[in-house]
Write a protein of this length. Structure first.
Ligand SMILES: [Zn+2]
Length: 236
């Protein structure tokens, strides 16, 4: 279906040009959408051999709402210009961490690795971003497990956690309330790093959702413990 977008050209004139399509997915959250075009420019003049148009769009998926750019090449046939969509890219900026302060303090490496894996995903590195998400999960689980060691043999146990496999760490050191999400995230994470994919019907979105759920479960546990420590018993 041919769509139209309003462009500002190099002479300062505004006019409508046809484009073969508007972006159909958001490059940040991958949701299917009808993009909201906030504005567009077209380069050069009609006599130039090569012309491009860049549209600034906003994701219409409520929780995301990211701003991204859509690149078009302009093809002129029979005097009629048409923009053909080449690619959509998220704006490159250092995104504020989507994790709470408690999680950022608990595991800065988790947050950093997660952001880098997201960046890889947004830039089309679909074969390797999963391994990054899997790595971030390992830091989250192990940093949390280590943070809970309080006994005299903490140092010995810390070394055990560092060397344990991710699934061992989840089994032996995480509270039950966190295990369900963490184990499932680990299963999908393994699929991202191994030749054989056991969960072929699940994808990177499920992996990210489960990592986020693991972080939320940890967050919930930490916040609850904070208030229990502040208010251990009813006041008489
Ligand atoms: Zn989006």
């Amino acid at each position: 279906m041919i769509e139209e977008i309003e462009v500002l050209d190099s002479t300062g004139e505004r006019r409508k040009i046809s484009v073969n399509q508007l972006p159909v997915t958001c490059p940040r959250c991958n949701t299917y959408l009808s993009a909201n075009v906030l504005g567009a420019i077209v380069t050069g003049t009609k006599s130039d051999a090569r012309r491009d148009a860049i549209a600034v769009c906003q994701c219409t998926s409520g929780p995301c709402g990211s701003i991204f750019t859509a690149f078009y090449t302009i093809v002129t046939e029979g005097g009629v210009e048409e923009g053909r969509l080449l690619q959509s890219r998220p704006l490159e900026y250092s995104a504020p961490s989507e994790f709470s302060e408690a999680i950022r303090n608990l595991s800065p490496v988790f947050c950093l690795t997660y952001v880098q894996a997201s960046y890889a995903e947004e830039n089309g590195l679909s074969e390797i971003c999963g391994a990054g998400f899997r790595r971030s999960l390992e830091f989250l689980c192990k940093d949390f497990a280590i943070s809970r060691l309080k006994t005299d043999d903490a140092e010995v146990r810390k070394n055990k956690i560092i060397r344990s496999s991710l699934s061992q760490c989840i089994d032996e050191y995480l509270p039950d309330a966190i295990k369900d999400a963490a184990h499932r995230a680990a299963w999908l994470g393994n699929d991202e790093t191994h030749y054989y994919r056991a969960w072929s019907e699940r994808d990177i979105r499920d992996l990210k959702a489960l990592i986020q759920l693991t972080a939320k479960s940890i967050d919930f546990t930490l916040e609850m413990e904070h208030y229990i420590a502040l208010m251990p018993a009813p006041k008489m």
